[in-house]
Design a protein around this ligand. Structure first.
Ligand SMILES: Cc1cc2nc3c(=O)[nH]c(=O)nc-3n(C[C@H](O)[C@H](O)[C@H](O)COP(=O)(O)O)c2cc1C
Length: 341
């Protein structure tokens, strides 16, 4: 049985990618994921914001201990604030580069580095160039400019997605994917237009940390970290709708908790399927379990490779394309009296 897939021009031995998360932040874990059949790995993102937080912490500590950091005396050559900003950035980037290099030395599957920077930051380009140099096989731009930002207009924020995608793809020769959220006004056309920027893959969709409330302590607390199987619905619909309407490959992310979900997303038209929550819950061996389920299903259907069935249930190839656009819980779907609500 042949489970290889081509995703953004890279050859993956299997279609299951270990998605970006804490599970992909060390060489040891990544080796375990590869040993259990991951087709590729997307490393935990390098976050520009994290660098900024470290910098802010440093300045705070320095102020408490030494007074105004403007007056730090170390070599009299450079502005100390700029110097420490630079040092912290370099230290973080160095650690991430070491992670890329360590993975490349330990696993044969493609290693995709992941970048998350601020809106207007030039760091997108700098990180991309550095990670290509470190040996990453591809890049995933974890791009999310929150819709909770009220200072900038939608057009301005959307334009940045295009600008960054175009500039990064021109700056590096390795394939670049965009991992996006579903929070766009006009999602379908937006995905289609993004696919024409020179990128080789789009990941539908990222899932974010959400706040929850502790009603006894009357506090906000972090929660809903992991997805549930019902979260699959959103990525399934959108992979099926967008397959064959984009100029790049699609990878699915969110809500994959068993082999059936992997199969559904391939039937919808995905070239690869990313998993994160299920790895936290079941460990790296769960990839092997899901691959076993995929192979058993393919054997039953007499499919020999993924191309035999990829996209078979995409909207374009569906006998009932309208079903993908239904939104309301009406009594009758597709003219058939088979759904009672
Ligand atoms: C603890 C945790 C950390 C994550 N860190 C990142 C990250 O650094 N970058 C990123 O693009 N996605 C990150 N994600 C999102 C996952 O890659 C994935 O898109 C999301 O969890 C949905 O997939 P799932 O349903 O398989 O969990 C993280 C997810 C979890 C649960």
């Amino acid at each position: 049985m042949d489970l290889t897939t081509n995703y953004m021009g890279l050859t993956l031995p299997t279609p299951i990618i270990a998605g970006s998360s804490g599970m992909t932040s060390s060489v040891k874990q990544i080796k375990a994921l590869a040993d259990n059949g991951a087709g590729a790995v997307v490393l935990k993102s390098i976050f520009e914001e994290e660098v900024m937080h470290e910098y802010a912490d440093f300045i705070q500590t320095a102020k408490t201990e030494y007074g105004d950091p403007q007056y730090f005396d170390y070599d009299g050559q450079r502005n100390p604030i700029e110097y420490y900003d630079y040092m912290i950035r370099e230290e973080n980037l160095k650690k991430y580069i070491e992670l890329v290099e360590g993975c490349k030395a330990s696993v044969k599957i493609p290693v995709i580095a992941s970048i998350n920077c601020f809106f207007y930051s030039v760091e997108w380009l700098s990180y991309a160039a550095n990670l290509q140099r470190a040996g990453a096989d591809g890049l995933e731009l974890n791009m999310f400019f929150p819709p909770t930002d009220f200072k900038h207009f939608r057009e301005e924020k959307e334009a940045l997605y295009f600008k960054i995608a175009e500039q990064v793809t021109q700056a590096v020769s390795i394939p670049v994917a965009l991992k996006i959220s579903p929070y766009f006004t006009d999602l379908g056309p937006m995905i289609q237009r993004l696919s024409k920027t020179g990128i080789k893959g789009i990941v539908l969709f990222n899932r974010f940390f959400s706040p929850d409330f502790d009603i006894d302590k009357l506090e906000v607390k972090p929660s809903f970290v992991f997805s549930t199987p019902s979260d699959l619905a959103l990525s399934l619909r959108w992979i099926a709708v967008m397959a064959n309407k984009v100029d790049c490959h699609l990878a699915a992310s969110t809500g994959v908790h068993d082999a059936a979900a992997v199969i559904k997303l391939l039937l919808a038209g995905a070239h690869a399927v990313q998993v994160a929550s299920c790895l936290y819950k079941n460990g790296p061996t769960f990839i092997r379990e899901m691959l076993g389920g995929l192979e058993a299903w393919m054997t039953g259907k007499r499919y020999r490779d993924l191309a035999d069935f990829r996209g078979k249930l995409s909207q374009e190839r569906s006998a009932d394309p309208a079903i993908y656009e239904r939104a309301q819980f009406m009594r009758y779907f597709g003219g058939k009296r088979n759904v009672r609500l």
